[in-house]
Write a protein that binds this ligand. Structure first.
Ligand SMILES: Cc1ncc(COP(=O)(O)O)c(C=O)c1O
Length: 396
């Protein structure tokens, strides 16, 4: 017999989430995750994917993946440290280091895994981590896993960071102190204040850790937030994901050779989880080559982002403090946010609602992720649907 206690816990809590409008319904796609998608037989303008540059459906990546499957098979067959390191894993890491302008890089199976791997490989219970309050869930979990003291600072508040760094340093309680931030905050599209963070880090001898999942491929001509600010030699850990702008799956840390050597012997997902598949690795290599050769996709992404933002702002939507193509429409109330997203969907736009616990309570939003693959016609149509539904619901 299975647990009655568990059955009760699940029933009560699922019902509670549904009642509060916090239960996320998953819509399976019947098409690739491109600028237009098909869900339940209906074609929709897709503004919910992290496929920023359109590379997830790019023929060059698909061909590279198919060739790799033919040459190496479907799986790498082991963890990296046993015999799951194919030559193409090393080629990818070399290309990532060049792209990020660091001495070396290490690839993981996901961006989430990167944060599980990298933080706890260097931080422990005798250390402290200064963490932006809006950091991504995987950073929070990575910090918890390390057992270091977590000291949250107010979002992008440099005075608060400085005060907490000073206090932590002067307490003499910690062997090492790290400051950790998203490069681009994915719920609002704002950029971390890296120049100030570096200044504070230098003042208090902090280890710097930037998770650039949403900045890579987007800022700094594609190389990311750190390059955008010209700080490549000042950040210890540059984390990236291969599953958003790069269009495949995986994650990486780029940094000094010693750091990468250490992660290769001490980071647990590298040692205890099977390595990226040959198809994924080959497609990532192709994507990095494309981004190294040309900034065309990056330029198109920004053009489309600026266009959508201007259109929604002009209509009177609250698009928050976004500085990147990520464009939230902040509605506030969770139930109204979900209803707004549902109505957009009925009219032909797929823009997912994001509510607590992904964002703070009362800041529910419909988040738009325009990509390089959208056409002006698609964006115009999306803006006119926003206008119709926004007016109908009294949001604008
Ligand atoms: C800042 C940040 N880090 C890590 C991740 C996880 O990346 P992945 O999807 O490659 O696991 C995300 C994904 O949303 C993210 O936004």
């Amino acid at each position: 017999m299975t647990s009655k206690n568990l059955d009760h816990f699940l029933k009560v809590n699922l019902a509670d989430l549904k009642e509060k409008g916090l239960y996320n319904v998953i819509d399976p796609l019947e098409s690739p995750n491109g600028p237009m998608i098909t869900i339940a037989g209906k074609e929709l303008i897709n503004l919910s994917s992290n496929n920023y540059l359109g590379l997830a459906t790019d023929d060059r990546l698909k061909e590279a993946a198919i060739d790799a499957v033919k040459k190496f098979g479907t799986g790498a067959g082991a963890v990296r440290t046993i015999n799951g390191t194919l030559k193409i894993h090393l080629e990818l890491e070399e290309k990532l280091a060049k792209f990020k302008k660091t001495e070396a890089a290490i690839a993981y199976q996901s961006g989430f895994n990167c944060n599980m791997a990298a933080i706890s490989a260097v931080m422990d219970k005798n250390d402290a981590i200064l963490s932006d309050e809006l950091n991504h869930a995987s950073i929070i979990d990575g910090c918890r896993l390390s057992k270091a003291k977590i000291i949250r600072f107010n979002h992008s508040d440099m005075e608060d960071l400085r005060a907490r760094a000073k206090e932590a340093k002067e307490s003499g309680l910690y062997n090492k102190i790290m400051v950790i931030t998203d490069g681009v905050f994915s719920m609002d599209g704002d950029i971390a204040k890296l120049p100030e963070i570096v200044e504070i880090a230098e003042e208090f001898d902090l280890i710097t850790y930037v998770d650039d999942a949403h900045g890579s491929g987007v800022l700094g001509d594609g190389a990311g937030t750190v390059k955008h600010f010209g700080l490549s030699d000042k950040i210890d850990f540059q984390i990236g994901t291969l599953s958003k702008a790069i269009g495949v799956v995986g994650g990486y840390v780029a940094g000094k050779q010693d750091l990468i050597d250490w992660l290769k012997v001490r980071s647990r997902p590298f040692l205890f989880s099977t390595s990226l598949t040959p198809a994924d690795v080959a497609a990532c290599i192709k994507a990095i080559e494309i981004l190294t050769d040309s900034t065309e996709l990056n330029k198109k992404l920004w053009e489309n982002g600026d266009y959508l933002k201007a259109g929604l702002k002009k209509l009177g939507f609250n698009i928050g403090a976004s500085e990147t193509p990520i464009t939230p429409c902040i509605i506030g109330d969770e139930v109204q946010t979900q209803e707004f997203s549902k109505r957009l969907n009925q009219e032909g736009v797929y823009a997912k609602s994001i509510v607590f616990p992904t964002v703070p309570r009362g800041t529910g939003r419909v988040r738009n992720m325009p990509s390089a693959a959208h056409t002006k016609e698609m964006l115009d149509r999306a803006i006119s649907i926003y206008e119709k539904v926004g007016k109908e619901m009294g949001i604008i």
